[in-house]
Design a protein around this ligand. Structure first.
Ligand SMILES: Cc1cc2nc3c(=O)[nH]c(=O)nc-3n(C[C@H](O)[C@H](O)[C@H](O)COP(=O)(O)OP(=O)(O)OC[C@H]3O[C@@H](n4cnc5c(N)ncnc54)[C@H](O)[C@@H]3O)c2cc1C
Length: 357
């Protein structure tokens, strides 16, 4: 059960089995080219997907615009295997299902520390302590409980806008009848979807890292929202005047290789799976499988994978880390504009390090 397709089928099965209605459906995703050099990126990505047996379709500018009308679209490829879900209903539904199976969920309870204690683990919280034989840590971008996680992950803020519902005229102007998930082939990319009540959710592009890895609700409102709004109307000039009713942001646990880091600590009584780099809705299911096998000390198909056994290249300590992230962002923005990779990025490629939105 280690391929992404098997993981996705497993997710569908679990939701059906436990009666979780999270509106998981599979309209596919189109990756659009917004610039000339993204046309090549789209072509290469299309061929790579084909080489891996994914039945993607290449779209020229006319075919792309026939699906979703934007003067910016120069090409695209449709991956029919990509699903969309309502993430709020997914976590509420999973929590309900877990509680029905006897799990106790304690929200709004900060864990302040985890320690070994005579062959077990003690989890300290503000309200009390829990003693357990084994625990799994899935704390995402929050790294305080296990210091070593700060070596491999850093928290970056990702921003989202939600529009008011589109009128019948506005819908006719953009088409988008297949309600596909949309993204573009930039390194700093946008992601967007048409919701069931015909709003547009539009997010991504900026990935803001705050020195020295600060996470703070006050960082959730940002000029990045204005930038997103500008990009939105560049893509959809026909929707000029549309209002955004909601804006928010969240932290993404980024690693230097864009895939999670797995491991154990406290003498094998704790396992961790963090660092989904903004792509964890389905892959946390796989990550949980790995973390459970690790904490049970099992040698399985998934624990033997190279991406599980090997750690990503660590990020440097502060303040070099902040400077390196800044330099990388400036370089990526230049590459998005010009299609050319500078020496800094080529150097990072050589050591297997990346950073994107
Ligand atoms: C704006 C945005 C858009 C995204 N879009 C997508 C997308 O389109 N597709 C996709 O696949 N993924 C997307 N993601 C990423 C996805 O949400 C994550 O990868 C996924 O939620 C990771 O799940 P997780 O369980 O590992 O961590 P999280 O969902 O981050 O959960 C970690 C939990 O641990 C809790 N925690 C941390 N420290 C402590 C502590 N000390 N005590 C108690 N609790 C603690 C946190 O409060 C949090 O609830 C997006 C993320 C953001 C922010």
């Amino acid at each position: 059960m280690s391929t992404p397709a098997e993981n996705f089928r497993g997710l569908l099965d679990s939701l059906t089995r436990h009666g979780v209605d999270a509106d998981l459906h599979v309209p596919g995703e189109i990756t659009m080219a917004l610039t000339r050099h993204q046309v090549d990126t789209v072509r290469n990505a299309y061929e790579l997907h084909r080489a891996h047996g994914i039945p993607v379709t290449h779209l020229d500018a006319d075919a792309a615009r026939a699906r979703v009308a934007s003067p910016r679209y120069l090409a695209g490829f449709l991956d029919p295997t990509v699903g969309l879900v309502d993430p709020g209903r997914l976590v509420w539904g999973l929590a309900d299902a877990a509680e029905r199976l006897g799990v106790r969920v304690h929200e709004d309870t900060t864990v302040t520390g985890v320690d070994r204690d005579q062959g077990a683990v003690v989890v300290r919280t503000e309200w009390g302590r829990v003693r357990a034989d084994r625990i799994v840590l899935g704390t995402g971008a929050f790294r305080g409980l296990l210091k070593r996680l700060a070596l491999w992950t850093l928290p970056v803020y990702d921003h989202v806008l939600m529009s008011e519902p589109l009128s019948a005229g506005q819908l006719a102007a953009v088409g988008w009848e297949g309600r596909e998930g949309l993204t573009d082939a930039g390194i700093q990319f946008h992601y967007y979807r048409r919701t069931l009540d015909d709003r547009v959710l539009f997010g991504g592009y900026d990935a803001n890292y705050h020195f020295p890895g600060r996470i703070d609700p006050r960082l959730e409102q940002s000029p990045s929202h204005e930038l997103l709004a500008r990009h939105f109307f560049e893509i959809f000039p026909a929707l000029e005047g549309l209002r955004f009713t909601h804006r928010w942001a969240g932290v993404i646990d980024t690693t230097s290789r864009f895939t999670p880091v797995f491991g154990t600590a406290l003498g094998g009584h704790l396992s961790y799976a963090v660092g989904y780099t903004g792509l964890g809705v389905a892959s946390t299911r796989f990550g949980a499988r790995v973390a459970l096998d690790l904490v049970d000390g099992r040698d399985t198909e998934v624990t033997r994978l190279q991406m599980v056994r090997r750690k990503p290249v660590p990020f440097p300590p502060e303040p070099i880390r902040y400077a390196a992230v800044r330099a990388t962002r400036v370089s990526l923005a230049a590459e998005d504009r010009t299609g050319r990779r500078n020496l800094w990025l080529k150097g990072l490629d050589a050591v297997g390090v990346g950073f994107d939105s």
